[in-house]
Design a protein around this ligand. Structure first.
Ligand SMILES: [Zn+2]
Length: 103
């Protein structure tokens, strides 16, 4: 028979799975939705000159806004954003609805 302790542990595991959910993801993201929205707007403009397949524009934006690029760049990589155009193409798609809801 499952003890209370065991039930609590299982409930916590279920919660941890639900935690994959958007609210949790937003809570854990290393950049605010507002900054992320600004980054996408900035990339939109800057990428008119083409992408050199580095995250150069993103890195410059993060630095000039005092954001932690050592944490944010790997987070962008995890979402398929390895260079500026991929960040705009792959990452914006995941977040644009949240950005418009929350900003
Ligand atoms: Zn690129």
């Amino acid at each position: 028979m499952a003890s209370k302790e065991e039930k609590r542990r299982r409930a916590a595991l279920v919660q941890a799975m639900v935690a994959e959910d958007t609210a949790k993801a937003i809570e854990e993201m290393p950049i605010s939705l507002a900054h992320l929205g600004q980054l996408f707007d900035h990339l939109d403009v800057e990428l008119e000159n083409g992408c050199d397949h580095t995250p150069r524009i993103t890195a410059a934006f993060l630095t000039s806004n005092g954001l932690n690029l050592e944490v944010i760049l790997p987070w962008l990589h995890d979402q398929g954003g390895f260079c500026d155009c991929e960040i705009l193409a792959n990452v914006e798609e995941s977040w644009e609805s949240e950005i418009s809801k929350n900003t």
